[in-house]
Design a protein around this ligand. Sequence first.
Ligand code: ARG
Ligand code: ZN
Length: 469
Amino acid sequence: MRPSLRARLLSVLAVVPLVLTLATVPAPAAPRADSRADSRAGSADTLFPSLGHSGYDVRHYDVSLDYFPATNRLKARTRIRAVATTRLRSFALDLVGMRVRAVRVGGAAARWHRRGQQLVVVPRAPVRGRFTVVVEYAGVPRTYFDADGSKEGWVPTKDGAIALGEPVGTMTWIPSNNTPRDKARYTFRVTVPRGVQAVANGNLARRARHGARTTWTWQARDPMATYLAMVAVGRFKVYRSTARSITGRKVPVWTFADPRHDVPLSVRRALPRVMRFEERLFGPYPFTSTGMVVDDADVGYALETQTRPFYPFDVDSGTLVHEMAHQWYGDSVGFRDWHDIWLAEGFATYAEWLWGEAQGEEGPAERFDALYARPASAPLWRPAPTQFTGPQDLFGDPVYLRGAMTLQALRERIGDADFFAFLKTWARTHRHGTASTAQLVAVAERVSGEQLDALFADWLELDGRPAGY
Ligand code: ARG
Ligand code: ZN
């Protein structure tokens, strides 16, 4: 989004007390003997240490939602295929709200209890290697309210709801390993009354009627972080087309638009052009489908939900460029730790600058100079992009603007040829994976043959305006 529209929101959870520390990453948890310890092994995320779990790796979520718009109720079943990285006598999923009705592990009923945002599961026998968990649950899913009134999690709309999960809201509707470092594939089966549509990430695999209700099955075949999962239900205008990739591949486009706030034709027409513009800079589009979801959830931000970003109704082409750029940076190349969110937002902001330049507006160099002239006391300069201490800083100027300035500083140091090679190499090297700032420095050094640790430390770690740029 344009900086003026972008929400800089306090994302502290309303219901989960979080311990916010800047602890260094602990060593991987050793195998433990007692079941309490097993389920307490966290993800080691430095911003959300209580979220996510390192004892297992989810491969696939099969999420079945029976949704009733009139009451905003869900009857749900999620089947998870996972691999235990150690022998687990118990393990935890993240789930907030909802009433759990049954949990099965490998087909057998399992014991479980709720502890904070954790659903702790104690299977009959310890799990190791591949295992499956089924969770049945029901209720009215929760919305998280941020300090300035913006929302995430399950957000009701006039005619349905939309689920948005950055940074943590996905655990209001999917019992999940809620950390960006555990990507998985997803199937969504959303059953809704006839006359209402259901959209999610990925490709539409099936639409089946049974009496007065219809099940929409969407498949997200490429690995995806939990915070990028999206389901929207409501009365939508559905637009289907294809966008031709620079590789020659035809990418299906599914756009779902709230008819009261229809997407301007100019914006719908811009999507394939934006995709190809970014392909020329970043490499081939990484996913199997694209599109937009435009809904009347008044959350005050757009979100790069994988393959099919969500937009508020005042979507413009700058926002489109930003959320589409995230498909390469943030979605395909994910970050392992929330403190590295600049790997998503710095790149998406830089993409807006490049697009602006191509439209005859100010380019990255001019934007860099204008920002660099901001006073030393400006919020832009502190905390440094990777040094914030709480979720209130996830969507601030240092992450978005100083993050993008970091890329411009890199470009001026290594030159255009190496810089644009670096953008593609970074997208290719960690395609469909997760990465860290340290890995980015390594790729930039490899591509350019220069020592760049000091430059990145200046821009990403030191509070205050970096000197000499
Ligand atoms: N990642 C989104 C974007 O850059 C912004 C999400 C804001 N989310 C929030 N909970 N405040 O477009
Ligand atoms: Zn963004």
